[in-house]
Design a protein around this ligand. Structure first.
Ligand SMILES: [Zn+2]
Length: 211
């Protein structure tokens, strides 16, 4: 979900933190002009059939807030930042309030992330080692800044990162075993490659102007 939005009143960029009142109205307040905006599109009311998909939802790079009315209770599912949390509530509004609290946590944790762009490097060997033939943009990578180092944050994010080739979803990394994969700080970017032959595979560039 988009955490930064353009306020329809003042047209400034603001964070969007959802609050739910006791009647089940959901709204967010612009942090620039203070105008309160109602919003009912921030969560999805899903069927029980979809609940069976929730494990699959968390495996792809997906973010969303779901409420599943079963007839007996309300199941809330919050998927954000690679986390998948589920809770059950007897009451619809309690479920909405819980989902909104997860949405606000998601907004706050996304502020501790740095955005990068991931490129696949097509390289060939020559007398200097490896020379870049071309690079292919694969997608954006949100890297948590709360870990030990930016390198370990990139490796953890790359373990979750998937991209689509011409027929399927491909996992960029299946291991961060230092005997197999290296990451190197190249100043302006990071390089990830195979230890064997020290062959570069991915280039991780800071995203320009990302919010
Ligand atoms: Zn505003």
């Amino acid at each position: 979900m988009q955490t930064m939005v353009c306020c329809p009143d003042c047209h400034e960029k603001t964070r969007k933190k959802i609050f739910v009142d006791d009647r089940g109205n959901s709204f967010w307040a612009c942090e620039k002009c203070g105008t309160v905006h109602e919003d009912y599109m921030w969560y999805i009311i899903a069927s029980e059939k979809m609940a069976g998909l929730k494990d699959n939802l968390s495996k792809i790079n997906f973010e969303g807030y779901f409420m599943i009315p079963t007839g007996i209770e309300y199941i809330g599912i919050a998927i954000a930042n690679g986390q998948n949390e589920t809770d059950e509530f007897p009451d619809r509004i309690e479920c909405m309030k819980w989902l909104a609290s997860k949405q606000r946590e998601g907004v706050e944790s996304s502020e501790q992330e740095e955005m990068f762009e991931v490129y696949y490097l097509d390289v060939y060997p020559d007398e200097c080692g490896w020379t870049e033939n071309r690079r292919v943009f694969l997608g954006n990578l949100a890297v948590s800044q709360t870990g030990d180092s930016i390198e370990s944050g990139i490796m953890d994010a790359m373990l979750r990162f998937k991209y689509r080739d011409f027929r399927r979803q491909v996992r960029a990394l299946t291991t961060k075993d230092p005997d197999k994969v290296y990451i190197e700080d190249c100043g302006e970017w990071f390089e990830i490659g195979e230890v064997d032959g020290r062959k570069p595979v991915y280039m991780i560039l800071p995203a320009e102007g990302a919010i």
